[in-house]
Design a binder for this molecule. Sequence first.
Ligand code: AMP
Length: 285
Amino acid sequence: MQLFTSLNNLQIFLNQEKSLGKTISFVPTMGALHSGHISLIQLAQKHADVSVCSIFVNPTQFNNPEDLIKYPRMLERDAYLLEKEDCDVLFVPRIDEIYPPDLDTSVNIELGGLDLVMEGEFRPGHFKGMLQVVNRLLDIVKADFLVMGQKDFQQFTLVQHMIQQLSLPVKLIIGETLRETDGLAMSSRNLRLTPEMREKAPIIFECLMQLKRDIGQKPIAEMCSKVWQLITEKGLKMEYLQVVDGIRLELLENPENHPFIVACIAVWAGDVRLIDNLILKGSLN
Ligand code: AMP
């Protein structure tokens, strides 16, 4: 595996590879890698000749400064895991190369309200910062394939929207959510759960599965209030639960005539914020 911290050196290497006719796949991450990330690396390897992973804890997508400070950082371990997986390139950029003072990296596109619901409502500015860094990284890496996780459903919906709006020459590939054996979605934030909260957190996936069983059988409002109650009784704090159209992310009251329905949830487990989602009807493709 090649490790690059300099943008210039990365680009020299990737240009060489491209001149040999090789294709590039790219997995952007914020590090503290787990098996979910590794599954995306494997997907990237399936799609292209050269797999590139970036680790960059992007300050512009953190609306909560404390969350940014507390975000786990373990570069040596991450590099070891990627090397073991035969990832070709690890890019760990310096912040001044991602955001040079003389370069306007902001993304100004119409988001059609996709950024205002769910995560957008509770983490104002988060998606603006996320799109900014993904666009900047794509501009640097110039990948043929961008690989992201279904775990962040709204995130990839917005990235897909940006790719279309800006006509970016990249194809988005979505990897399924990897879970612990008890159903908890793998997340770098799980490391911060107390033992008590770690034990309680699988209720999130249990509730999503319950919603999947109930969709079409019960009114959505009733399904959601039951989940709200289960989560609260467990001692977790619900931030939102929304059953939405999987394309437009609009709230649904009635599942009929909607071929693609997703439940998205955000829950506080102590001071750790966890998100998850499950497709209740239809599929990604
Ligand atoms: P992050 O480092 O949290 O920004 O995540 C980097 C990428 O990994 C994103 O595309 C996430 O959606 C994806 N990801 C995070 N958790 C999982 C998981 N449990 N399974 C699969 N992909 C994931």
